[in-house]
Design a protein around this ligand. Structure first.
Ligand SMILES: Cc1cc2nc3c(=O)[nH]c(=O)nc-3n(C[C@H](O)[C@H](O)[C@H](O)COP(=O)(O)OP(=O)(O)OC[C@H]3O[C@@H](n4cnc5c(N)ncnc54)[C@H](O)[C@@H]3O)c2cc1C
Length: 544
């Protein structure tokens, strides 16, 4: 009520839109691009100065970095979307290297899976049968992925008019797809638990799966070997994809308001308010940001009682769930040429300095540490941090190795990250020593990487800064700093089966749709784009 009195409910004509899209991440940009293309009067609001959300690149001292995702996977979605919207994007392949201790291999073709098997065999000669069993499963999953992403996603095709696609591609593909879906759904158990059924060696299990989110469904985790082959990188950085969509929206007459945060939704009045209490009204709304925030900010006064009840029910489910693991990222500006790094690994590199594996470090030990946080000394936390950084798997991205124009001549920019628990950073912030902790974490990451894979690193660092789960939460408004939406658990508050993805965009309120990494699980860039398109399609269809 108090909120209501503070708000100006004046809605001048220029503040009335057919569709309003909240959130200028990749999902919101996609939805807005399709809605403007359909001739709607569209407003896209974004709380930050820049668009793109977790698909974003930035520059500092001549070094270009990615703030979120390091490279893109097509997944049968991104190229069809670009083609349909007539967007040209210049890209290069972004090959992946995998490394454990002194062994580094490049994954460039399907055949390189053999190299991966041999690498594991050299490191774990006592576990040959178990390695073979895992690789058999990965190969099967790769075949399923070939089916899953084997054709351009039909959501981006005009099936009514494109008869060639319908008869030559879609119809022959459908039975294979339905068969594959059954297999995917049977591989839904958490990868940690699944691996225990075929691998006894805990270190080997860790080498295969410790860089996935807690409880990642097995199919999703082990399908990454296919995704490694699919990665590409837009010239100029991944943010170029967001830039291209922004240009498309503007060219189509869509309106974009940056630094405009939606702070309330009055669903009964079909009106959103920004931080300055301006009111914008809509026929349809696409919420393409954190869904917890949507359910907290939305008021249902004036709606049918049944809809309000359904809304409250869904809200309860949403607010009980939490986001996935987050990530801690260290950005380095290094006075060393790209070639020195290129000799060691590709510009997208998953590296584990020790084959011992994290074991209980990032799970039970961390849980115990958080439970007893008030009783534990800083020294104990830092001792835990020693193991956490020494035994972890790092995702290392070097934009200059994908596009050499992204660094000053003779220098290299590195993005080094590891999965990180939001609650730990929150507890340390509350205890008042976050800057010290951040510095200790950065120091340890640099020391571990220098002592293992890039010996020249430590002495050549010219500049460094980092981004924690708390920064992600603050920047994109993501609960728990999550980077792909909901945590994997027993009950997902949203659709999580690919055959039902079409329904993922509905909310209990018929004029409001949801899109992005919180609308479907598992999230990620392709699914954010897909849900953005689905939400736009539903609105356009209703208009017809
Ligand atoms: C380090 C890292 C690595 C990743 N790797 C991969 C990968 O390999 N493959 C993959 O598929 N995905 C990956 N992802 C995940 C992927 O980047 C995200 O899932 C995807 O970009 C989410 O897009 P989105 O539009 O749904 O959400 P977001 O990018 O979070 O966009 C939401 C937008 O809404 C804005 N916003 C929030 N609240 C409001 C409000 N109240 N009013 C106005 N605006 C608001 C935010 O500022 C933001 O711009 C990675 C992410 C990170 C961080």
């Amino acid at each position: 009520m108090e909120l209501e009195t503070k708000m100006k409910i004046t809605t001048p004509v220029e503040n009335k839109y057919n569709s309003i899209v909240v959130g200028g991440g990749i999902a919101g940009l996609t939805a807005a691009a399709y809605l403007t293309r359909a001739g709607q009067k569209v407003l896209l609001t974004e709380k930050n100065k820049e668009l793109g959300g977790l698909v974003n690149s930035f520059e500092r001292n001549g070094f270009h970095f990615e703030a979120g995702v390091r490279a893109l996977e097509d997944a049968g979605i991104i190229w069809p979307m670009l083609k349909e919207l007539n967007i040209q994007l210049e890209v290069v392949k972004s090959p992946v290297s995998l490394g454990i201790e002194n062994e580094v291999i490049a994954i460039e073709t399907l055949a390189d899976l053999q190299k991966y098997q041999q690498l594991l065999e050299r490191l774990f000669p006592e576990s040959l049968d178990e390695i073979d069993a895992v690789l058999k499963v990965i190969r099967k999953i790769m075949q399923d992925m070939d089916v899953l992403y084997g054709i351009e996603n039909p959501v981006f095709k005009d099936i009514r008019h494109d008869k060639e696609f319908l008869f030559k591609k879609l119809l022959p593909w459908l039975p294979k797809f339905l068969f594959t879906i059954g297999r995917i759904n049977r591989m839904n158990m958490p990868v940690e638990a699944y691996l225990k059924t075929i691998v006894r060696n805990p270190s080997l299990r860790d080498m295969i799966a410790q860089h996935f989110f807690k409880n990642t469904p097995t199919f999703f985790a082990l399908s990454y070997f296919s995704l490694y082959l699919d990665y590409f990188y837009p010239k100029g950085g991944v943010g170029k994809l967001s830039d291209a969509l922004k240009t498309k929206i503007m060219a189509g007459g869509g309106e974009i308001k940056t630094e405009t945060e939606v702070t309330a939704v009055q669903a009964g009045k079909r009106c959103v308010f920004d931080q300055y209490n301006n009111c914008y009204t809509y026929d349809h709304l696409v919420w393409a940001a954190d869904l917890n925030a949507f359910y907290r900010l939305t008021q249902t006064e004036g709606l049918d009682a049944k809809i309000s009840r359904k809304f409250e029910e869904t809200k309860r489910k949403m607010l009980q769930s939490r986001g996935t693991d987050s990530v801690f990222t260290l950005f380095l500006e290094v006075d060393e040429p790209l070639e020195s790094f290129g000799k060691i690994a590709h510009g997208h590199f998953f590296y584990t300095p020790s084959k011992q594996g994290l074991g209980a470090t990032h799970r039970e030990e961390l849980d115990a540490l958080l439970r007893n946080f008030d009783l534990i000394s800083r020294e104990e936390v830092l001792r835990w941090l020693d193991s956490f950084t020494r035994l972890n798997t790092y995702e290392i991205s070097i934009p200059g190795l994908k596009d050499s124009s992204l660094v000053p001549e003779g220098k290299t920019g590195l993005i080094i990250s590891l999965l990180a628990e939001y609650n730990l950073f929150k507890a340390i912030q509350k205890a008042g020593w976050l800057p010290e902790f951040t510095q200790a974490l950065e120091d340890r990451m640099i020391n571990v990487i220098t002592a293992s894979v890039y010996p020249m690193l430590n002495e050549k660092i010219m500049g460094r800064f980092s981004f924690s789960p708390l920064n992600i939460e603050k920047r994109v408004g993501s609960s728990e700093g999550a980077i792909v939406g909901w945590a994997f658990g027993k009950e997902m508050p949203v659709v999580s089966k690919i055959q039902y993805s079409d329904r993922s965009v509905f909310t209990p309120i018929s004029s409001i749709f949801q899109a992005g990494q919180w609308a479907y699980s598992p999230g990620g860039v392709p699914m954010s784009i897909l849900t953005g398109k689905l939400a736009a399609d539903k609105i356009i269809k209703k208009g017809r």
